[in-house]
Design a protein around this ligand. Structure first.
Ligand code: URA
Length: 262
């Protein structure tokens, strides 16, 4: 064999060896990433690309509750709109993330702002009452609002009662990505919207010409964050408190929802 041929053959062998070594290293790294999420946390993986892969891998294997916690951490100090500057608490949501049924209200009021939990005021008590009348334990569903901070008439005075107002379209749009993420994580069989704000928001304004009285108690299949969900609107419990004759309809709508959950 001449020198040149020998040199070429050696180079080919070296190339093959390098390729095979690269493959082995790739496999080894994949294994290390897997092992890291089996609670072995002493393995040093520090490169940027492996961190990205780690996050994606970790997210895939997280429980709904862990995913919601991560989402909460991401937004709990949100100041994307002026509500973030006047709120006492960011009211994320409460209940079971493993539920088939999710309720969506409008925005926190005085009590919710003070306690950091949705539907804990008078309207919330009525909601709990109607739920128990149809044998749905409140802790078995997930409850949240379209807007996570208390919209106030006088934002300088969160201690004032009767200081509630509806959220503006801008506030709703700023907050909506959080709700979309919550729905995508929980993946409920039915989303029940409480009142006009939640209903028009979830039905994507396509039903503005219809009143809640016309929309309620029916099932709409709506695309939310690239996935389809069943949405059933009903009255807001605060509206029921103002007009108790609406309670029958709310009761009926919840019974209808139960048929969709079977
Ligand atoms: N009204 C709502 O829409 N949400 C609450 O959390 C409380 C009252």
């Amino acid at each position: 064999m001449c020198d040149k041929t020998k040199e070429r053959s050696n180079k080919n062998k070296m190339d093959e060896l390098r390729k095979s070594l690269c493959n082995e290293l790739r496999n080894l790294r994949a294994w290390l990433e897997v092992l890291q999420y089996t609670r072995i946390d002493f393995l040093p993986l520090s490169s940027q690309s492996s961190n990205t892969a780690n996050t994606a891998f970790k997210k895939q294997h997280m429980t709904k509750s862990e995913k919601l916690k991560l989402l909460y951490e991401k937004y709990k100090d949100c100041r994307a709109c002026r509500l973030g500057h006047s709120r006492l608490n960011f009211v994320f949501g409460a209940g079971s993330p493993n539920t088939k049924l999710m309720f969506i209200g409008e925005a926190p009021g005085y009590e919710e702002d003070h306690q950091g939990v949705p539907f804990v005021g008078r309207a919330g008590k009525l909601l709990t009452e109607v739920l128990s009348e149809v044998k749905i334990p409140r802790e078995k569903v997930y409850i949240t609002n379209v807007v996570k901070c208390h919209p106030m008439i006088d934002p300088g005075n969160p201690e004032k009662t009767g200081n509630d107002r509806q959220p503006t379209a801008e506030e709703i749009n700023k907050c909506l990505p959080i709700l979309v993420e919550q729905i995508k994580i929980i993946r409920p069989v039915v989303v029940c919207t409480l009142g006009t704000v939640a209903t028009y928001t979830l039905l994507k304004n396509m039903q503005y010409s219809l009143s809640l009285a016309e929309l309620r108690g029916k099932k709409y299949v709506v695309e939310i964050g690239d996935e389809k969900f069943q949405v059933v609107p009903t009255y807001h419990p605060a509206a029921v408190l103002r007009n108790m004759s609406l309670k029958t309809y709310m009761f009926r709508d919840l019974k209808f929802i139960l048929t969709l959950l079977k």
